[in-house]
Design a protein around this ligand. Structure first.
Ligand code: DGL
Length: 236
């Protein structure tokens, strides 16, 4: 059975995978965590494009893959168009900060948009945010993804540190928070409580888009075999 490949710098994209599996329960997945190259958020766009292209080439040469999900806001902002150009005959979708849905539901105040430093610099991200610039506050988080990655087994212990980082945004009338990095989804309850605000992430949009694209070309697996996931990571 043809598989769906998900790529992130680490565990962040597992939040995307969970969302996709609720909509596409019978698919087979390959999840690749590029731990060795993490954090993508502090690399250049050129480095990320090159790296993700290599990863795609590797898995496409070894497996039967029908779609690639860039389960990473940073890599999506840096290189999704480039990847689509490079791999023309395969579905490639990414994850984007859910600014639109957050603003749609915002009646007053501001949406705080948490992203990696690299995402904040990308024209693709700026273009999206420019449509709502008077309603958003952009917060580039230098080491937050790595902090989550390295403490995934005991996230509570990083809460004081994260709260300390976020304190600068208190008192700025934050009514919603956009989780613009898939890693941040793992601390969404903490963030939501801290600001007393609703959080938004791009995973639902990505899962629905993937479902639609696969349906369009009749590539959904409907047989009820239960889905399998193969995990890979780069260590060296
Ligand atoms: N999970 C990635 C994202 O959504 C990036 C984390 C990193 O900086 O490596 O942006």
């Amino acid at each position: 059975m043809a598989k769906i490949l998900l790529i992130d710098s680490g565990i962040g994209g597992i939040s995307t995978l969970c969302q996709i599996r609720t909509i596409l329960p019978n698919e087979e997945f390959i999840y690749f965590a590029d731990k060795r190259f993490m954090p993508y958020g502090n690399k250049t766009s050129k480095q990320i494009k090159q790296r993700v292209t290599e990863i795609c080439c590797y898995f496409l040469s070894k497996h039967n893959i029908k779609a690639i999900v860039i389960a990473c806001n940073t890599a999506t902002a840096c290189g999704i168009e480039y990847l689509r150009e490079h791999f023309k005959n395969i579905i490639i979708i990414g994850v984007e900060p859910a600014i639109k849905p957050a603003i749609k539901e915002l009646s007053n105040g501001k949406a705080l948009v948490l992203v990696t430093p690299n995402t904040a610099l990308q024209p693709k991200f700026k273009q999206l945010n420019n449509q709502f610039f008077d309603k958003t506050i952009i917060a580039p988080m230098k080491n937050l993804a790595a902090l989550i990655e390295n403490n995934i087994n005991d996230l509570k212990q990083i809460y004081p540190k994260v709260q300390n980082i976020l304190t600068q945004y208190l008192g700025q009338n934050i009514k919603s928070v956009v989780l613009g990095c898939t890693h941040y989804c793992f601390i969404k309850d903490m963030i939501s409580k801290f600001f007393n605000a609703k959080t938004y992430d791009g995973n639902i949009g990505t899962a629905l888009r993937l479902d639609n694209l696969l349906k369009d070309i009749n590539l959904i697996n409907n047989s009820n075999g239960g889905s399998g996931i193969a995990f890979f990571q780069s260590l060296c």
